[in-house]
Design a protein around this ligand. Structure first.
Ligand SMILES: [Zn+2]
Ligand SMILES: [Zn+2]
Length: 456
């Protein structure tokens, strides 16, 4: 490492205790998307204490702040996520929630970055500016709650980053970066990893509608919404052989029982799912087939089905040149044998970071230190030194490499980047087309049906 890099690392080490304490505090205060006020307030107080002036949306958690070098140049956004998951059976869950995706570790790392950047001379030699941002609601869960927020006009999109994008908080940002925790135990020989990208997703809420009746005495008077739902899912399963390998489709529905009693024919069955895919086109094409299958199942049993589709997250494609720069910084920090950047592997998960990579070069890489299964009941951050302190160091080394030397590296990456959309308006126009609200089967007085399961 150069003397300059050693100074950056020392700037983080000076705040090591605060980073580790933040990791513990945030782990103990998990809240799900768009309700993460405890983490928001904790980090807001810590950032304010460091002397940052924050811009806050106010009606939802999250904030950002800008550090200007005073010399014109690109704006780099570094972000951390605030939200936890609903997973009541995790042994350390609080009010049914746990940080079993490790987002709390991102907040701790962000605090380390914010503190290190306030050390004397930290910005010397850099140009442009750094935006530090805490974003809410990465996990696409509680779709009914989010739809309610959407209907009230509080949010416009289901994910925090895409909502922040909509609100203009990424206007003027040229590059973006974040670190997500990775599951790798203390004996596993890597500290940093990165894949080429992630699937996009759209969010589905499906409501089969039947008619209630006495399950024993008069089932012939009922229409069983649960059977319609099961038939719909069976039809979707039979579609799976039409999914093409290169599209990496994932469809993972769950039944969300409502009005359930064993002696009543269920008149309603809600299903939530995503359709995930490697490209937006594949996602839309498969979703159309899925909606047709669900509609057909409802028709088969004389039931109705309401289809509600919402834009989820865009496929996330990491900028390879930016990946290479970050890989070099990670290698400088921990050695090549502890860095695994893979330029061909694709992951079938999804993140709203993907919405950003449609519009600007960005990389989401991973810091090890967690054990157990991500989103699992055995998840914990066993090594916060690797997942939080190292994460802060790596991100600062990357920021420095991007913005020093007249930001030559950042400018080269920006020049080589091809956005998927000419601007954010075009992006939103495209994803808005995913929105669908249909009562897909309408019966007339004779029992004939009209079906309508897609936007014209
Ligand atoms: Zn997650
Ligand atoms: Zn996550």
């Amino acid at each position: 490492m150069t003397e300059r890099q050693n100074r950056i690392v020392a700037n983080v080490d000076r705040h090591r205790e605060q980073i580790l304490a933040a990791e513990r505090w945030l782990w103990a205060h998990p809240q799900t998307g768009f309700t993460e006020w405890e983490a928001h307030n904790y980090l807001k107080a810590a950032f304010t204490e460091l002397g940052y002036a924050l811009t806050e949306p106010g009606d939802i958690p999250g904030f950002f702040t800008d550090l200007d070098t005073g010399i014109p140049g690109p704006k780099l956004c570094i972000m951390g996520e605030l939200d936890a998951l609903d997973i009541a059976n995790h042994p350390e869950s609080v009010n049914g929630m746990t940080h079993c995706c490790g987002h709390h570790a991102q907040g701790a790392a962000m605090l380390g970055i914010a503190a290190a950047l306030k050390e004397p001379g930290a910005l010397d030699g850099m140009c442009g500016s750094i935006r530090l941002m805490m974003v809410p609601a990465e996990e696409m869960i509680q779709l009914a709650f989010r739809e309610e927020l959407r209907q009230k006009g509080v949010i416009h999109y289901m994910g925090g980053k895409v909502e922040f994008l909509y609100r203009g908080y990424f206007d003027g940002v040229d590059l973006c970066m974040m670190v997500h925790g990775a599951v790798a135990g203390p004996d596993e020989p890597f500290d940093f990893s990165c894949v080429m990208g992630y699937n996009g997703c759209l969010a589905k809420t499906i409501r089969f509608k039947g008619r209630s009746a006495h399950a024993g005495g008069a089932p012939h008077r009922g229409i069983n919404a649960q059977y319609a739902a099961m038939l719909g899912l069976q039809a979707c399963n039979d579609l799976r052989e039409t999914f093409q390998d290169q599209d990496q489709i994932r469809f993972h529905p769950i039944l969300m029982g409502v009005n359930c009693a064993v002696n009543i024919i269920p008149d309603e069955m809600k299903v939530e799912s995503y359709v995930r895919a490697r490209t937006l086109d594949a996602m839309i094409a498969v979703n159309k087939r899925v909606n047709r299958a669900l509609t057909g199942a409802a028709l088969a049993l004389g039931a109705g089905v309401e289809l509600r589709d919402r834009p989820g997250y865009s496929p996330e494609v990491h900028d390879p040149a930016m990946m290479r720069l970050i890989e070099r910084c990670c290698t400088d920090l921990v050695g090549a044998d502890r860095v695994r950047f893979d330029y061909s592997t694709w992951n079938t998960g999804s993140s709203d970071f993907g919405d950003l990579t449609c519009l600007m070069p960005g990389v989401q890489f991973n810091a090890a230190g967690a054990t157990g299964a991500g989103h699992g009941i055995d998840y914990c951050v066993a090594d916060p030194e690797r997942q939080c302190v190292n994460s802060a160091k790596a991100q600062l080394l990357a920021a420095d490499a991007l913005l020093t030397d007249g930001a030559a590296a950042a400018k080269e990456i920006m020049a080589g980047y091809q956005p998927l959309y000419p601007n954010k308006e075009a992006f939103f126009a495209t994803i808005d087309n995913i929105t669908l609200d249909k009562d897909a089967v309408i019966y007339d007085a004779d029992g004939n049906a009209t079906v309508d399961f897609q936007n014209s």
